[in-house]
Write a protein that binds this ligand. Structure first.
Ligand SMILES: CC(C)(COP(=O)(O)OP(=O)(O)OC[C@H]1O[C@@H](n2cnc3c(N)ncnc32)[C@H](O)[C@@H]1OP(=O)(O)O)[C@@H](O)C(=O)NCCC(=O)NCCS
Length: 182
């Protein structure tokens, strides 16, 4: 019998609050990063040209939370709960969680995503049944690789032709696989 994993709906770190996203977050996320062409360079999605694309994305996040298939948290700065500035998502795969994350560009370089990944990792690896967190990043995405390393993840290898990052090329590109286990 498999027990469906439920993650907490709210998490806090020193400077950040994680919460369930809602469709009403669309304009704030569109303004913060989904419309910024530089942010998704190493992501699988193209920059949004209209806020309705962000709404559609958020509808998917809400549906995934409801069915327990993926847990995408809206990240807000402490005291600014109505204005998300990024997201961190976790997809269960048996005893593992696959994580991804993104942050508004004007907040890069302040250690915020390291803080988020650390807080999430410590909480998730303490849950019964969760033994491994993993994340892959494009082999040229140095900011993401460094974020994972600072958050206690170990680079396990380079996976050739692993992911298409369409803002760079239609061809699948190499990625690094990182994991943090207990
Ligand atoms: C990846 C991302 C979330 C990092 O967020 P952040 O809050 O800026 O990360 P942090 O400040 O905690 O840490 C970033 C680290 O990368 C380093 N870094 C940033 N750009 C770098 C580069 N081009 N080369 C080497 N290191 C780099 C920073 O110096 C910092 O390390 P340091 O503290 O040792 O100096 C952010 O850059 C982002 O949203 N990028 C676009 C989305 C994305 O690529 N997501 C990941 C997909 S796998």
């Amino acid at each position: 019998m498999s027990i469906q994993l439920r993650l907490p709906e709210g998490i806090e770190s020193e400077r950040l609050v994680f919460r369930r996203p809602c469709v009403a977050d669309a304009q704030a996320l569109f303004d913060a990063y989904t419309s910024d062409p530089q942010v998704p360079k190493y992501m699988v999605w193209a920059p949004h040209t209209n806020v309705s694309e962000t709404e559609t994305f958020l509808e998917g996040c809400v549906a995934d939370w409801n069915e327990g298939s993926r847990f995408a948290y809206a990240l807000t700065l402490q005291g600014r709960a109505s204005s998300p500035v990024g997201m961190l998502d976790a997809t269960p795969k048996g005893h593992m969680l696959d994580i991804g994350y993104v942050l508004a560009r004007d907040l890069w370089g302040r250690g915020l995503m390291t803080e988020a990944v650390m807080a999430f990792s410590e909480l998730a690896l303490a849950l019964p049944g969760v033994f491994r967190l993993q994340a892959s990043c494009d082999f040229e995405n140095m900011a993401s690789a460094r974020t994972l390393e600072k958050s206690g993840f170990v680079r396990e290898g380079r996976l050739d032709r692993y992911t298409v990052h369409p803002n760079i090329s239609v061809e699948p590109r190499p990625c690094f696989m990182y994991a943090r286990c207990r």
